[in-house]
Ligand binder design. Structure first.
Ligand SMILES: [Zn+2]
Length: 361
């Protein structure tokens, strides 16, 4: 899932995302909650209609961002009081508030409000945090069950939306359609706590499960160990979502281990810094060595950037701080990630895995 923090994958328009084959985007509740505000998006018919995106959207709960505001937040049983990173204004997110916000935004998949346990955390702290996340998951589910029909696209008739002006087709007509609320497993870096978190979250009952609280500063090998041990305890016939991971090689490995969904800012953020993923390894396009390099960025890539432009041109755009540099770099990186996943799907369909990774990342 490419990340579209503010209902936008930075630098890339929705028609290009469609051409790239993006099937689902992630958007961040925290950022949309602050700007433009949930109520505005809800009145615009929900995120799909607001951003003109008929394909799937997942929103996170806002928890991860709120917990990242180390100096600006206060956690209690009830929820998290925090100050906006934009203007310092005071806000409060709780399981109920996070559900209300995500129902108002109207993504297809929404996430329980969890506490992302910091790293490192001692045993008592990791347990207390995991227990809090379980209690919050129950509150999320209760609120969601009571309010799931408040989702903007379930409240409106498709004919009404169509008559509102834009030629849109994919607005659900079934008013019984609801979002899917996923639970999140926490438990720090302790496999036993992770198992308990998985069991108790499954007991509450969700249509999909995420592994949260990773990529928080721990060594990569530990991430992998915790992912693999947690996966064992999650139902393989329901979506298993690993949050916030990873490099092209990592996503290929995790997918082959049984992870069904991943999101990461890496392809888009790295692109904006001139760091490009290719079949030959990472390319830092800003380097002078590419100044007169006429070859394609990645000769093995069939994206619209590699088919058309030279490394020399991409390097010039980046060095000149041209907006187009960010656009083209992002398009290539997204294509590379999506192509990686297409390759993995083909391996899975063929019932075999390659001996080596898909790139030299
Ligand atoms: Zn390319």
């Amino acid at each position: 899932m490419p990340v579209g923090t503010l209902a936008s994958v930075k630098g890339v328009s929705q028609d290009v995302l469609e051409d790239l084959g993006v099937e689902i985007l992630l958007s961040n509740t925290y950022h949309l909650f602050l700007r433009p505000g949930v109520e505005t998006v809800r009145r615009m018919g929900g995120l799909h209609r607001f951003m003109s995106w008929d394909r799937a959207i997942l929103t996170d709960s806002g928890g991860f961002q709120v917990f990242s505001l180390t100096d600006l937040r206060k956690v209690s049983e009830e929820g998290v009081a925090f100050r906006s990173h934009l203007d310092g204004s005071s806000h409060f997110l709780s399981p109920e508030k996070a559900m209300e916000a995500q129902i108002g935004l109207g993504a297809d998949i929404i996430m329980a409000f969890d506490e992302c346990t910091e790293y490192p955390a001692d045993a008592a702290r990791a347990r207390a945090s995991m227990e809090l996340t379980v209690r919050w998951a129950e509150r999320c589910k209760n609120y969601f069950e009571e309010h799931k029909h408040d989702v903007p696209w379930a409240l409106k008739e498709s004919a009404e939306l169509r008559s509102a002006g834009r030629p849109r087709a994919a607005v659900p007509t079934r008013s019984e359609a609801t979002q899917a609320l996923f639970g999140i497993v926490q438990g720090g870096m302790d496999p036993e706590l992770r198992r308990e978190s998985a069991d108790r979250t499954i007991d509450i009952g969700f249509p999909g499960y995420a592994i949260g609280g990773l990529s928080v500063g721990e060594p990569r090998e530990l991430t992998r160990e915790i992912v693999l041990s947690t996966l064992e305890h999650l139902p393989s016939d329901q979506p298993r979502y690993l949050m916030g991971v990873g490099t092209p090689d990592e996503i290929a490995q995790y997918a082959q281990s049984g992870v069904d969904m991943m999101d990461c800012v890496l392809p888009t953020r790295a692109a904006r810094h001139g760091l490009l993923f290719t079949s030959g390894g990472k390319v830092s396009i800003k380097q002078a060595r590419y100044a007169e390099d006429e070859s394609a960025l990645d000769p093995a890539c069939d994206c619209r950037v590699c088919l058309r432009y030279s490394r020399a041109y991409l390097r010039h755009l980046y060095a000149s701080n041209e907006l187009l540099a960010q656009v083209l770099n992002t398009v290539h990186n997204l294509h590379f990630y999506l192509a990686t996943m297409r390759t993995v799907r083909a391996w899975i369909r063929a019932g075999r895995a390659p001996a080596a990774g898909v790139s030299q990342m």
